[in-house]
Design a protein around this ligand. Structure first.
Ligand code: XIL
Length: 316
């Protein structure tokens, strides 16, 4: 039995992993990817800085490999991302003219979706647009185009790839709070205007023992509008020792937390699936960004399943 099979059986959900194509150089990575996961997100290789590092010069290497791998394993792909305040080259972030920025955005989206439009299930068109207080985050997009950039990017993307589900993806919206309420208002206004928006991504980079108690209620804010809500970047970080490992008590708590998140998805008829942001601790972004924390994933540094793996499988 495996995560993807369990997710698809009664509930018809996918269970996904975010990875980079070169992780497969380790012969231990592919067998777990192929046997446990049915959806892939390119962890970095569809980001602007990787895929169009210079205007009009495209690097399809990594993204081609992930899309080809998905075809081979009959998996789906969630593209990630177009408009973000990070990992965007300076030739984009230095633009101050709205017409030029819109032109560059349109060229970029048309190129990426022109190549992959028929191969993708969904795309995080807008990534992390809000501050925690619910205001629009400063970025080249909001600074030059105003809040309208969201509508502009979604409209361009839908025209380029009408079958791809278009998402706004963010963190700290997994509970009912200022940020998720502001996003629900934005989403409702977009839908009222007929803007092509199909889903909201709950990143779900959680801290062990600190899950919001109202994930289901927060999901409902969006699914009541007719949107999907996917869990897009799940990991649950915990305090670790000097070798990057957590103790058994903490791992048990973490395992319960993983099950809670999966259950929230299963409890909502419009949550199509869960994606973990890397399946093993050896390929996690957490230790590099959050000092003293880690052990956030389903498998340990030696590709052995942890309690969180078994609790996730049992919850599905
Ligand atoms: C992270 C990647 O995992 C890292 O490899 C990279 O150095 C930085 O970005 N929110 C997102 C993801 O939407 O794109 C981020 O991924 C993690 C936080």
């Amino acid at each position: 039995t495996n995560l993807a099979g369990a997710a698809s059986k009664d509930n018809k959900r996918y269970f996904g992993d975010a990875y980079q194509s070169f992780y497969l150089a380790d012969p231990r990575y592919g067998p777990i990817l192929d046997s446990q996961f049915s959806a892939y997100t390119p962890e970095n290789e569809m980001k602007w800085e990787v895929i169009e590092p210079t205007r009009g010069v495209f690097n399809w290497t990594g993204s081609d490999l992930i899309v080809a791998h998905a075809k081979k394993t009959h998996s789906i792909v969630r593209g990630h991302n177009f408009c973000w305040d990070s990992q965007t080259p300076s030739y984009v972030t230095s633009i101050t003219d709205p017409t030029e920025l819109t032109q560059v955005l349109e060229e970029h989206i048309n190129a990426v979706l022109g190549r992959y439009g028929n191969d993708l299930y969904a795309f995080d068109v807008i990534n992390e647009p809000l501050n925690d207080n619910g205001t629009i985050k400063s970025s080249v997009w909001s600074n030059v185009l105003g809040e309208n950039y969201i509508e502009t990017a979604l409209t361009i993307a839908h025209k380029a790839a009408p079958n791809v589900k278009l998402y706004i993806n963010d963190y700290n919206i997994e509970g009912v709070n200022s940020k998720s309420q502001a996003l629900a208002t934005i989403a409702k206004n977009l839908l009222d205007k007929g803007v092509p928006l199909h889903g909201i991504g709950f990143e779900s980079h959680f801290i062990g023992g600190e899950l919001p108690g109202d994930i289901s209620q927060s999901m409902k804010q969006f699914t009541d509008l007719g949107l999907d809500v996917a869990i897009t970047e799940l990991d649950i970080r915990v305090p670790v020792d000097s070798s990057g490992i957590a103790n058994a008590t903490v791992r048990k708590l973490q395992a319960d937390n993983y099950a809670t998140v999966v259950q929230a998805c299963l409890d909502n008829g419009n949550c199509p699936g869960v994606t973990v942001w890397g399946f093993d601790d050896g390929h996690s972004w957490i230790p590099g960004v959050f000092a003293g924390q880690g052990d956030a994933n389903l498998y340990d540094f030696n590709y052995q399943p942890k309690p969180a793996y078994y609790s996730t499988l049992a919850a599905l």
